[in-house]
Design a protein around this ligand. Structure first.
Ligand code: 13P
Length: 259
C-alpha cells in the first residue's frame, strides 16, 4: 500500500443487522467511490458478510479488512476466525487490539499474538492503541508506551511497514463530531509520540514512514482538521463508515496531499 496516501478505514463494527442492508451500503460505496490520488479506502465489515461483499467487488481500489481474528491458524476454537481464512477471502488488512475487544478481555499479550499472526499471513494490521482518560501528570503516555512496546517488540522493519498504528482514545469514541472532545492538537501530539517511539527502535526512516491513524468520532465535519492540522496519516471511522455519503465525504476530504 502506498504510505504517502491518506488511509481511510471504515470499521462497521456489529452493523448492519442483515446482509441485504450490508450489500446496500457497500453498493452505495462502490457507486460513489472516486479514483483518489491521495487517499486509499478500506472497509472492515462484519466477518459474516465478507465473502458476499467480496463477490460484489474483486478490484484492488478498495481494500477489504476484517475487524478481528484469532492468533492461531486453525484448531478447536468454536466461533473463532483464523487469519488464513480471512486471507483466502481476499482480506488484506485486519484491525487488532480495538478498545472494544480489549474491553472484552483481550490484553496486550493477546494483541501481540494477533498482530504476529496477521503479519505472518502476509496481511497488514491496524493496531489500535488508546487511553481511557488523560491525566495531567502524563500517566496515559506510559500506558500508551506499554501498549506499543508490547505489540511491536520483535517486529522486523519490513513487518513494521505493514502496521498502521491507530490512536483511538476511549474518551473520544462514539460521539458526534460536535460532541467530541478531541482536538487536532491531541492527534498531532500522538502522531509525534508514535513516531518518536518508532524512531528510538527502528530509526528515522521507519519513523517517517510509519502510518499513524486517528479514530474516534470522525465525521465529515471534523475529518479535514484531524487529518491536516492533526497530521494523521489516515482515519479509522466508526459510525460514519456505514453512512455511505458520510464515508465518501470523508474520503473526498482526505484526497489531498499528506503534509
Ligand atoms: P466512532 O467513529 O463511531 O466514534 O468509532 C470509532 C471507532 O471505534 C473506530 O474503530
Amino acid at each position: 500500500m502506498n504510505a504517502a496516501k491518506h488511509l481511510i478505514v471504515g470499521n462497521w463494527k456489529m452493523h448492519p443487522s442483515s446482509l441485504a442492508e450490508a450489500k446496500k451500503i457497500f453498493r452505495a460505496l462502490l457507486r460513489g467511490m472516486g479514483t483518489y490520488r491521495h487517499a486509499t479506502l478500506a472497509v472492515c465489515p462484519p466477518a459474516a458478510y465478507l465473502a458476499a461483499l467480496r463477490a460484489l467487488y474483486r478490484g484492488r481500489r478498495l481494500i477489504f479488512g476484517a475487524q478481528n481474528c484469532h492468533f492461531l491458524r486453525e484448531g478447536a476454537y468454536t466461533g473463532e476466525i483464523a487469519p488464513p481464512m480471512l486471507a483466502s477471502l481476499g482480506v488484506r488488512m485486519v484491525i487488532v487490539g480495538h478498545s472494544e475487544r480489549r474491553a472484552m478481555g483481550e490484553d496486550n499479550a493477546v494483541v501481540r499474538k494477533k498482530l504476529r499472526a496477521v503479519l505472518d499471513e502476509g496481511m497488514e494490521a491496524v493496531l489500535c492503541i488508546g487511553e481511557a482518560h488523560r491525566d495531567s501528570a502524563g500517566a496515559y503516555l506510559a500506558f500508551l508506551t506499554e501498549q506499543l512496546q508490547s505489540a511491536l517488540t520483535g517486529l522486523t522493519a519490513e513487518e513494521l511497514s505493514r502496521v498502521c498504528v491507530a490512536y483511538e482514545p476511549l474518551w473520544a469514541i462514539g460521539k458526534s463530531a460536535a460532541e467530541s472532545a478531541v482536538r487536532p492538537a491531541h492527534v498531532h501530539e500522538m502522531v509525534i509520540f508514535v513516531r518518536k517511539f518508532v524512531h528510538q527502535r527502528y530509526g528515522g526512516e521507519a519513523a517517517a514512514r510509519v502510518r499513524v491513524l486517528y479514530g474516534g468520532s470522525v465525521e465529515p465535519a471534523n475529518a479535514a482538521a484531524l487529518l491536516l492540522e492533526g497530521r494523521a496519516s489516515g482515519l479509522l471511522v466508526g459510525h460514519a463508515s456505514i453512512v455511505p455519503k458520510d464515508f465518501l465525504a470523508i474520503a473526498a476530504l482526505a484526497d489531498r496531499p499528506a503534509l
